[in-house]
Every structure is written in C-alpha cells, then in structure tokens.
Design a protein around this ligand. Structure first.
Ligand code: CMC
Length: 428
C-alpha cells in the first residue's frame, strides 16, 4: 500500500522520511508512526480532524461530494432497495447476503431478541423518571453480566454471537426503557414480525391491544435505521474502538459508544433540533432573528442539525430523510408547521453568506426528529433510536479492529501546558 514518501525536516536538520499511501477512495495519508523516533516530534491535532486512527473497509464518506458508501454501496441505493437487517449483514460481513444467508442471518438475529428475565427487573430498578438514554447506557453495560458465556474477545465465534445478541436485543431493551418511563408493561418480542415491526410493536402495543404500524411508517423507520447504521470514525465509533482497544468486552465497549452518542453535538442533535424548531414556533421569533443568533459569536446558540465535521457540501442522508418527511407527513399527518419551518430555515441558510462560507448544510438530524415525532416516538427516545441503529456500525468496527494486524491499544499523546516541575513547599 506504500507508494511514496514525504520528508519532514526540522529547523535543526533532523529528518524523517515518512511513507504516504492511499486507500480505495479518499486522499493520501502520511504515516507518522516513525516521526517521533526520527525527529523527537509528536503531532498535535485536537479533535483528530487531520488524523486517521485506523484502516477500515466498512464505510467511506466523501464530505466534499456528499458521498456515503457502506462497503462500497451508495447510501441512496441501499435506502431505495435494501432493508435494515440486510444492511446489518453487509456492514458486518462485507458483502450483501444471498437468499440463504439472508434467511439464516434474520433467523439468528430474531432468535436472540429476548432478554434475560432479570434484565427486565434491572430496568424496573431505575427511577420512574430516568432518561431512557441513562437506562440504555446502564443496561447495555450490564449485558456483560448476563452473557458472559461469549465474552472471550479472542474467539471469533464469541465475537460474532455477542454482535448478534447486541443487534437483536437493542430494540427489546430500547422499548423497555421507553415503557418503564411511562409505566406500561414490557411486551415480549414477536419473532414472526420483521425487525422494525417487532420494535414498533414492543414500543406501542399493550397486552390488551395490539399495534400494527402502517406500511409507510415501517418504510420510514427502515430508512432512519439504514441511514444511521454506520458513519465511519465518528466520535461514538471511535469511542467504541478506543474502549475495545484495551480488551474491554463488546457490551462494555458499546455502552461507552452509547455514552458518547448521548451528547448534543453527536446523537443528541435531532432532539436538540426539534427543541429549537419548537422554540422558534412558540416564541414567535422570526427566521432572520434565529439566523442572526446563530451567527452571533457572543451567543452560544448554534443552529442544531446544521454543520458537520466531514460533510462540507451536503449530507446525503439529509436529502433522503427530507423526502421521506413529505411521504410520511402526507400519510400520517404529523407536525406540518414544524416541517414547514424546517424547510424555510434550510432555504434561508442556504442563501446566507455565513453558512455558505463555512459550508454549513442541514445534516441527518435536522429532519430525522420530524420523522420520529410523526411516528409517535417521544423526543427523549430519539437518541435511543440512533443508538439502536448504530449498534451494528459500532460492533462491525469493533470486530474489524480485533482482526486488524496493526491494532494496538489507543493511547493519544498530549502537549503538557501545566505548571513546570516544582518542589512541594517545606512545612515549617
Ligand atoms: N450553527 C452556527 N454556526 C456553526 C454551526 C451551527 N450549527 N456549526 C458550525 N458553525 C460555525 C462555527 O461557529 C465555526 O465558525 P467560525 O469559523 O466563525 O469560528 C465554523 O462554523 C466551524 O465550526 P466548528 O465547530 O469548527 O466545526 P466542527 O467540525 O468542529 O463541528 C459540529 C461540527 C457538527 C459539531 C457543529 O457543526 C455543530 O455543533 N453543529 C450543531 C450540532 C449538530 O447538528 N450535530 C449533529 C452532527 S451530524 C450527526 C452525527 O453524525 O453525529
């Protein structure tokens, strides 16, 4: 893979010849691993914006062109023709499944949808008003205390069965977090349903009354799940890799990813975007005033659901989701004024020089909240939904890391800017 070298020369004449190489797509990289040995220098890159932490075969993003590929397949084609479990197989194993593989995989996943009865008790132990993300992060971490028959991270079969368990049990756990919160009974999974239908039934059915989502609602949820399934080395995936790099078990590693996802700059953004749109609607603030606040450097307010570390053109997921909003709201009703406002805000920012100069476009979270709300999913479950979809991405990266011959424990350097070495004052 090594093509050329780049030479780094310091002012005092120390020199390092660093290999450069490229991947299948994307820019060339400089391999700085020998830089410190050759020159005594480390690199400084807060937020890792210029640093590749690993080689990966799973997902590719071209932020300038608005391209997102899972294992080489464009997200638009997968959104159009695939379904969530097929995408899970693709992300985990690298190829689309044939009919037999698809049937086998679906049956494997659906066989694992139930959780140990004590997990139901565990969730019942949370305060009635606990945030579902607080319950999710705790419960997924706790899975390692229930499924320790498959925790040998050096055993490929154990890794695979843990991955299947995580993908299978997330909808069950997510629905229990929701129903604990509203004091409703926990429904057992129905393995005859599709993955997505089973989830909606566990969310909204009660023993006294079944729940059947409309075909458009199922399609919308499949789309949301597919679009959130992976996004290469984002903050939560990097957290999963870093946690797993110490040899931590998969449940602990995914729990760490969930904790990272919780933040409003990452998975919490769709909830924040809906809150923002609600506030604008109810406060009577004009779009011009909102935009002025977002541009004001003395105001911490940012347009939630706008901007992205990688996409500097448009987020291809946002386009697909915006289209789905039209279909779903036409079918189910839903919050039309909110959607209308979202589209007007998008239009106004696209014409505004501040947003043009900084290449700030709506991201996936700008519209996903509108879909989730139309599906009847409450706001405090939005990030849980994201975590459920992203579990397959996290676990695929975790599995890839464990077969990577260059894999080492993650351990960044730092630039120390604290007090210089000094002596502890002598006590008189
Ligand atoms: N509203 C107003 N100004 C913004 C925004 C925004 N949403 N995002 C970035 N900027 C400005 C920022 O103030 C800075 O301006 P200047 O150059 O004058 O200082 C410039 O754009 C670059 O911003 P940055 O913070 O250096 O960009 P970043 O790559 O570190 O941050 C981000 C990316 C997504 C955290 C940020 O755009 C943001 O906070 N967006 C709102 C939260 C959000 O929607 N997050 C969801 C991300 S997509 C889902 C996911 O993949 O997790």
């Amino acid at each position: 893979m090594t093509d050329r070298t780049t030479t780094v020369t310091t002012d005092d004449g120390r020199e390092a010849k660093l290999p450069t190489f490229g991947g299948t797509h994307g820019p060339e990289v400089v391999d700085v691993r020998t830089l410190q040995k050759e020159t005594g220098l480390f690199t400084y890159d807060p937020g890792y914006a210029s640093t590749s932490s690993c080689k990966s075969k799973i997902t590719f993003i071209d932020g300038n062109e608005g391209v997102l590929l899972y294992r080489g397949y464009p997200i638009e084609q997968l959104a159009e023709s695939s379904n969530y479990l097929e995408v899970c197989y693709l992300l985990m194993y690298g190829e689309l499944p044939n009919d037999t593989q698809s049937e086998q995989f679906t049956s494997n996943i659906m066989q694992h949808t139930m959780v140990h009865e004590n997990i139901r008790d565990f969730i019942n132990g949370f305060r009635y008003d606990a945030h579902p993300m607080a319950m999710l992060v705790g419960t997924v971490g706790a899975l390692s205390s229930f499924y320790h028959d498959s925790l040998d991270i050096n055993n490929p079969e154990h890794r695979e069965i843990s991955a299947h368990r995580l993908i299978a049990k997330m909808p069950t756990i997510a629905s229990y977090c929701y129903n604990h919160h509203r004091g409703m009974p926990f429904m057992y999974p129905d393995n005859d349903l599709s993955y997505v239908e089973n989830f909606t039934r566990m969310m909204f059915a009660v023993p006294a009354e079944d729940f059947k989502p409309s075909p458009v609602a199922v399609k919308a949820l499949e789309l949301i799940m597919i679009l959130h399934a992976d996004h290469e080395q984002n903050a939560s995936t990097s957290t999963v890799r870093l946690t797993g790099s110490s040899g931590a078990n998969p449940f602990a590693s995914i729990a760490a990813g969930i904790a990272c996802l919780w933040g409003p700059a990452h998975g919490g953004a769709n909830e924040a975007a809906i809150n923002m749109l609600d506030n604008i609607l109810h406060s009577g603030e004009t779009i011009e005033q909102t935009i002025a606040r977002a541009k004001d450097k003395n105001d911490p307010f940012r347009l939630m659901g706008f901007g992205h570390r990688v996409y500097k053109n448009f987020d291809p997921r946002a386009k697909l989701i915006q289209k789905m909003c039209h279909d779903l709201l036409a079918d189910l009703g839903g919050d039309q004024p909110l959607f209308q406002l979202a589209m007007e805000l998008e239009k106004a920012t696209l014409a505004d020089q501040y947003f043009i100069d900084r290449k700030l476009y709506p991201n996936v979270d700008f519209y996903s909240g509108i879909i989730l709300r139309a599906l009847g999913i409450p706001m405090n479950m939005f990030t849980v939904m994201f975590a459920m979809s992203r579990t397959v991405g996290w676990i695929s990266h975790w599995m890839e890391m464990h077969t990577d011959p260059e894999f080492r424990i993650g351990r960044p350097q730092q630039v120390y800017i604290g007090a210089a070495k000094r002596d502890y004052p002598k006590k008189s």
